[in-house]
Design a binder for this molecule. Structure first.
Ligand code: BO1
Ligand code: ZN
Length: 258
């Protein structure tokens, strides 16, 4: 059938292109290994405007989809614009990509061949479009990608302790828990410099790999304690939830002005 996986089924990433109706074998796929020496500085990549990223009530729930852990947001509350995006995008969810419990890293994007421990994707649809409409447009979806570093520093963000405490309630595929604690997206992002980012045109990193994404990958990682990073593979019940880097196929990767 159209079942896909990272490991342990017929359709692992190298076979996603054989899934009927998928775009996974096409020419603007994600993620990428970003080589900073090859990026082009683009003065049009101005500062982002984030609406309600500091709201303490925007996160509705956490769900184990069997492929990721996804936090759903309340409808029409959180928005992102600027940063060279074509208009305003309505944020619907964020989710994670991770590696294994033995500190095997699991980010999707790489920088100069370096893979970070985890990656967080904040997914937004062009304002007014349904998911179905958005995936049919070349810029229908904006994903903000944040690398997550595992630190020894116990002095980590309280928000990450709170968020990861919900993982205990989503150990089964298709389980979902309401998120009631006060956690904002800004608290999760912490002190990352939001003016330093890469931009390129790519795809969803899971089937059907629709080529509808304006990608933003922030240069500075979010730092969280290593014990919290390990909770994702431990509690979700699957490991190495990331797609390997895809061919650039002549695309340009842009960088915000220094
Ligand atoms: S990602 O950010 O490129 N890893 C990514 C991959 C797949 C989706 C979103 C982001 N999938 C879509 C699904 C829809 C779903 C929507 C919002 O995410 O195709 O069915 O409604 O959760
Ligand atoms: Zn993702």
């Amino acid at each position: 059938g159209s079942e896909w996986c990272y490991t342990g089924c017929e359709h692992t990433p190298s076979k996603w292109k054989d899934i009927s109706g998928s775009f996974c074998g096409e020419k603007r796929q994600s993620p990428l290994n970003i080589v900073p020496g090859h990026v082009v500085t683009d003065p049009k990549l101005d500062n982002f405007t984030f609406v309600n990223f500091s709201s303490q009530h925007a996160i509705k729930s956490m769900e184990n989809t069997g492929h990721t852990v996804k936090c759903k947001l309340k409808d029409n509350e959180v928005e992102v614009s600027g940063g060279g995006l074509n208009g305003t995008y309505s944020t619907i969810q964020f989710h994670f990509h991770w590696g294994d419990t033995d500190h095997h890293p699991g980010s999707e994007h790489m920088i100069d061949g370096h893979r970070y421990p985890m990656e967080m994707h904040i997914v937004s649809l062009k304002k007014g479009l349904s998911v179905q409409q958005a995936i049919e447009k070349s810029d229908g979806i904006a994903v903000l990608g944040f690398f997550i570093n595992a630190t020894e520093d116990r002095n980590i963000s309280e928000a990450w302790s709170r968020l990861t405490s919900y993982l205990t309630n989503v150990t089964e595929k298709d389980s979902e828990v309401e998120v009631s604690h006060n956690i904002s997206i800004n608290d999760l992002i912490g002190n990352v410099d939001l003016t330093k980012f890469y931009r390129y045109m790519g795809s969803l990193t899971t089937p059907n790999c629709n080529e509808a994404v304006m990608w933003t990958v922030f240069q500075e990682p979010i730092n969280i304690h290593k014990d919290l990073v390990q909770l994702f593979p431990m509690k979700a019940g699957f490991t190495n939830a990331y797609r390997p880097p895809q061919d650039l196929n002549g695309r340009r990767v842009f960088a915000s002005p220094a």
